[in-house]
Design a protein around this ligand. Structure first.
Ligand SMILES: *Cc1c(COP(=O)(O)O)cnc(C)c1O
Length: 397
């Protein structure tokens, strides 16, 4: 998810401004606890790969249940380094969903392999296991589901598919911190997974950071080597791999450690706000489709990173909300195979009708812990008024 701020200029007609996301508000809330920790990092004189990073990695192991967590520069870096660390490379195909943030596909290309983009399921927006099965070829090396918005992909079906065909299972769990299925945290169903700490994410830094999660000590060791230019663990300037600079930042680690302390409270708050949205919007069905839960989801599996609705007149609704000071974001305005730089590729040849329909209809509403219930009601009242107006003008088109 790319846009950090999509803040409209302010309401032209009454009501509070509701930015899509406010980085400044999120710092304001945490500042009293952040300040002393940031001062301590400054005083320590060590700004990368120090004790804050080491502590955060251990705390993320405890939170997720992963045996190993390696902090890197961003979620995108985590995807590329993870794919390389599990052995994906030139000549390989990796099956990914056609509906995701661009990095899901570009990371596969950066690892030297071909992303094969297949359609998603309409309820979860996640990889359709049957379409994935149909896309397997002798070159398929790995399958990489994405857990989008508020729920995981169907990991039982995708795990079984990977096992049946001897494929590596890796996860783009960049949005999925806190999501668990039967107690197992997202990212830990196969060889490895990732987290993104981009500022808008459920656990956001004050800049970029990401992590690779794995239970496999060798994969972890390879990621740790790749993030420091492939240098051997003793730091002797002996380079065993062509790696990359994706060192972890002490300031970001200190911020994330502070915020990890209230992550579960934030997740609970997000769930309350999502329930308010659903309560206020459900009678607008079928013109407004509120988020659905896939059959495999159970309430405890859900983490509301994004509250995504669908509607026929999406673009007009976005303008209407913007005119009244409400920020939104369109996740995602086109399916991956329609991205200009991917369109001609071998992996872009599969039909993706579900992803295409979602890209025309979906819009994300503001959702973050310091949003108020009055703001949620204001947004919902605007959506209601928009549809009432449309009805008066002769139907919902
Ligand atoms: C955010 C995100 C990424 C990329 O993470 P960055 O930290 O922004 O590099 C990758 N995949 C998905 C699904 C994401 O939402």
């Amino acid at each position: 998810m790319l846009k950090q701020q999509h803040t409209p200029t302010g309401p032209t007609t009454g009501g509070p401004a509701v930015p899509f996301f406010s980085g400044a508000a999120s710092i304001r809330r945490d500042w009293p606890r952040l300040e002393p920790r940031l001062r301590a990092v400054a005083a320590s004189g060590r700004f990368t790969s120090g004790t804050e990073v080491a502590h955060l990695e251990r705390e993320l192991c405890a939170y997720t249940g992963a045996r190993h967590v390696a902090l890197v520069g961003s979620g995108t870096d985590a995807l590329v380094l993870m794919l390389r660390a599990v052995g994906v490379g030139p000549g390989d195909e990796v099956i990914v969903p056609a509906y995701s943030f661009f990095a899901t596909a570009s990371a596969v290309l950066h690892a030297g392999a071909e992303p094969v983009m297949v359609d998603v399921l309409p309820d979860s927006y996640a990889l359709d296991p049957e379409r994935a099965a149909a896309a397997i070829t002798p070159r398929t090396k790995a399958i990489m589901p994405v857990h989008l918005f508020h729920q995981t992909a169907d990991m039982a079906a995708i795990g079984a598919l990977a096992e049946e065909h001897g494929l590596l299972l890796v996860e783009d769990s960049a949005e999925a911190i806190g999501m668990r299925v039967d107690g197992r945290h997202a990212g830990l169903f196969g060889a490895a997974g990732v987290l993104s700490f981009f500022p808008t994410k459920t656990l956001g830094a004050l800049g970029d950071a990401g992590a690779v999660l794995t239970d496999d000590a060798e994969v972890d060791a390879r990621v740790r080597r790749l993030r420091v230019h492939g240098q051997s663990a003793d730091g002797s300037y002996e380079h065993l791999d062509i790696g990359w600079n994706s060192r972890a930042d002490e300031i970001q680690a200190a911020v994330l450690r502070t915020r990890l302390e209230h992550l579960d409270a934030d997740i609970a708050r997000r769930a309350d706000l999502a329930a308010r949205y659903t309560e206020h919007l459900s009678d607008l069905a079928p013109r407004v489709r509120t988020p659905r839960q896939a059959k495999v989801a159970r309430p405890g599996n859900l983490v509301w990173y994004v509250y995504l609705i669908e509607t026929d007149r999406r673009d007009d609704l976005v303008s209407h909300l913007a005119e009244h000071g409400v920020g939104t974001d369109v996740y995602y305005p086109r399916p991956l195979p329609e991205q200009p730089c991917l369109a001609g590729r071998r992996g872009a040849g599969h039909p993706v009708p579900v992803a295409t329909a979602a890209s025309r209809r979906a819009v994300a509403l503001p959702l973050y812990p310091d949003l108020t219930e009055d703001q949620v009601r204001y947004v919902c009242d605007l959506i209601r008024a928009f549809h009432a107006r449309g009805d008066r003008n002769g139907g919902g088109r």
